[in-house]
Design a protein around this ligand. Structure first.
Ligand SMILES: *Cc1c(COP(=O)(O)O)cnc(C)c1O
Length: 489
């Protein structure tokens, strides 16, 4: 299968690229990104055949349907990393929380957040491509807290790849920061910047598009790529768990095959939600996708009113920092799918230049046929955490936003799969505050308080972080990022 560009072709870039090309150089004409030329149709027989398949078997079949140019052994090696999740037989457990609400837990990988679902296999695929082509890559990542640890973890000591990871200093949890700054490998560089996540992401986009930066890298014989969710190499692995979770509901007999469900997704850069959208387009019986946001609720406005308007907004810090995002990069792929390349280019240029765009009524109708959206304030989120805990379910503040969307966005009494994107260990002060009322605790104190309340243990992978040495010490102004990276290389 070939990949084409969301903003059309400018005559400089190729008209189509292979999957591996789209992974290695994810930015396309006019600053666009790559999308599959045509999504494969899975069909009822495919889906029904896989009701009892393991996660890896299903994953392999879905990847096969995309006919990507990656060798079978590499795919096998990539998918084998799911064997390192808590339960190798079931890396994505589905937990029934109430009546018709199920939580699909995407955080059972090495960094305790859902980014591992895609980045673990992605690291193998990318490193093997680089080795095969005898090329060296600099992978840039901008992180609001979870992409960074997951990218560092997956590329650590892998051949032909170096990583430079930008995070907003003070914009992540203690645990997330420790996961990054204690990563010790010669091919990893972690840089804290004075600014918020959008600053980090904008700096990343600028470097990815900078001819002079690329020229400097070329002198060192290094190519540039990105591990952010604009990379289709991540999106492809995010389709699979939506299909798996649906089939799990069929397998346990709580729905019949063909019954529609809601998918309820805590959203930031929209990679997770896009995976659900593509799964739906490929034939998964989905009624609607519920887009849950925090107070940075651009997506709520877009889906409710058809307006993407950043003119009077700036990022606010919330207790779900992985969703503190205003420029949600994967929305572009939905625009492309619904309205075509020419219109996508127009809308994205308006957003870049004027900080806003507005859909027509007809366009908004198309969007609302698929998505429904709401946002959840921090205080409400804590209430949801407390209520769920009282019913026996411990969840993090990102997951809590889905509980609000579950309450407000459904107009049919259908079963709902909400996605839990982080383990409680990553955002413990907020959870401890929700459960005990205690304020201002450190991550370490909060972890202990929750473990005590819930009668569970803190996973060693988390508690060990506090004793590890901080080896990544750079915290700089965003103007100096380029030089810092060149010095590292
Ligand atoms: C990345 C992340 C999200 C947002 O996912 P997107 O695919 O960017 O929409 C939500 N919750 C957590 C914990 C995350 O790490």
């Amino acid at each position: 299968m070939n990949f084409i560009e969301t903003r059309g072709n400018d005559g400089e870039y190729p008209l189509q690229v292979s999957f591996s090309q789209a992974i290695l150089a994810p930015i396309a004409s006019y600053g666009g990104i790559y999308v599959p030329e045509k999504l494969p149709e899975l069909g009822d027989s495919f889906l029904q055949k896989h009701v009892n398949s393991s996660y890896k078997t299903l994953a392999k079949a879905v990847l096969d349907a995309f006919e990507i140019d990656i060798e079978a052994e590499v795919i096998d090696e990539a998918l084998a990393l799911y064997d390192n999740f808590d339960d190798p037989q079931n890396p994505v457990p589905l937990v029934k929380v109430k009546d018709d609400l199920y939580v699909s837990e995407l955080y059972h990988g090495p960094t305790r957040a859902f980014k591992d679902m895609a980045l673990q296999p992605f690291g193998v695929v990318l490193s093997s491509l680089a080795q095969k082509r005898n090329e060296n890559y600099l992978i840039m990542a901008a992180t609001s807290g979870d992409t960074g640890p997951a990218a560092l973890e997956t590329f650590k000591n892998r051949a032909n790849v170096q990583v430079a990871c930008l995070y907003p200093d003070g914009g992540t949890s203690d645990i997330q920061r420790l996961q990054m700054v204690t990563e010790d490998a010669p091919n990893l560089k972690v840089i804290g910047i004075h600014g918020d996540f959008d600053d980090a992401q904008t700096a990343l986009k600028r470097l990815l598009g900078s001819a002079s930066f690329k020229a400097r890298l070329k002198e060192k014989n290094i190519h540039l790529s990105a591990a952010n969710s604009v990379n289709f190499g991540r999106i492809i692995f995010q389709l699979i768990y939506h299909i798996y979770s649906y089939l799990e509901l069929v397998r346990i007999g709580d729905i019949e095959y063909g019954d529609k469900v809601y998918l309820d997704v805590p959203s930031g850069n929209f990679g997770n939600a896009l995976g659900g959208y593509y799964a739906m387009k490929m034939g998964l019986p989905v009624e609607k996708i519920l887009i849950a946001s925090n107070k940075n609720n651009v997506l709520t406005h877009l889906i409710q009113e058809g307006k993407y308007d950043l003119r009077h907004m700036s990022v606010v810090s919330t207790s779900s920092p992985a969703m503190d995002i205003l420029k949600s990069s994967n929305v572009e792929r939905v625009l492309y799918d619904l309205y075509g390349a020419e219109r996508t280019k127009e809308l994205m240029f308006q957003l870049d230049n004027d900080n806003h765009y507005e859909l027509t009524e007809a366009e908004l109708n198309l969007l609302q046929a698929v998505f429904s959206a709401d946002f959840c304030e921090d205080e409400e989120g804590k209430q949801y955490i407390k209520e769920a805990f009282a019913q026996g379910y411990l969840m993090d503040p990102h997951t809590a936003t889905c509980f609000k969307a579950y309450d407000t966005c459904r107009d049919k009494a259908l079963k709902t799969i909400a996605y839990s994107t982080a383990e409680w260990t990553k955002f413990s002060p907020t959870i401890a505050n929700a459960l005990t009322g205690e304020q201002g605790t450190s991550d370490e104190q909060a972890l202990k308080a929750i473990a005590r309340e819930a009668g569970i243990e803190i996973p060693a992978i988390i508690s060990d972080l506090f004793a590890k040495e901080v080896v990544q010490k750079s915290i700089i102004d965003k103007e100096n990022i380029e030089q810092e990276i060149l010095d590292f290389l």
